[in-house]
Design a binder for this molecule. Structure first.
Ligand code: URA
Length: 218
């Protein structure tokens, strides 16, 4: 009998040579940084308490790749965690450090690609390879009811991980669709670029979270 696939890559995951080499170069340059595949951020109550999984794109170089916690240390996290606290999906104060004491509530946060990609752009093969971890990440939560994907790459990879077809379940900001028995919510990514250009406003982001919070209450 073969072992269940692991939801977490090894610290020195070799599966994507380009990303592995990129991280190796940053380990030399910044030995104090995390510089490794970033693990899923879990609530203290554990896997059974997770009803919502948030899927981001990939660690930012000076954000999650530096700190080791998704969305921690770059602009995207300010908007994400601020909104989550306001909607009761996180508690404490977000201070952009992994030791800030912030706790998730009924929610886990992961990335479609676990290693920082050069220029924030993973290639198709890296996204597909990292589904090796996204699939068991989704499967590890027995009480999961909803997934929120941030951006079209996270959306498409999640649809595929759930066994759906991207053509049948296309990315739509503010959309709620069904895939593999899970409610799939989608939002534009909360990156500084998207908010600076007005693609995503704070109001738009908050309204996605309000819808999810209402769905989870039912
Ligand atoms: N940080 C992450 O961990 N993921 C993103 O998608 C962006 C920033």
């Amino acid at each position: 009998m073969s072992a269940a696939p692991s939801p977490e890559p090894s610290h020195d995951c070799p599966l994507c040579p380009r990303l592995h080499d990129f991280i190796a170069a940053w380990r030399e340059r910044e030995p104090g940084w995390f510089n490794a595949p970033v693990p899923t951020f879990l609530p203290p109550e554990g896997e059974d308490s997770v009803k919502l999984l948030i899927v981001g794109l990939a660690p930012g170089l000076r954000g999650a790749n530096r700190t080791g916690r998704p969305f921690t240390g770059d602009y995207a996290g300010d908007l994400l965690y601020g909104t989550m606290i306001a909607q009761g999906l996180a508690r404490g104060e977000f201070k952009a450090r992994p030791d800030d004491g912030l706790e998730l509530v009924g929610t886990a946060i992961t990335n479609a690609v676990r290693c920082v990609p050069p220029e924030n752009k993973p290639v198709g093969a890296e996204i597909a390879t990292c589904r090796t971890f996204l699939r068991p990440t989704i499967a590890r939560f027995p009480n999961l009811r909803a997934i929120l994907t941030l951006g079209s790459i996270a959306h498409q990879s999640t649809v595929r991980a759930l066994g759906g077809r991207v053509a049948a379940i296309p990315f739509r900001h503010g959309g709620r669709q069904e895939a593999g028995g899970i409610a799939l919510f989608s939002s534009y990514h909360c990156s500084r670029y998207n908010t600076n250009t007005g693609v995503l406003t704070e109001e738009m982001f908050v309204s996605v979270f309000k819808e999810i919070a209402a769905f989870l209450k039912n």
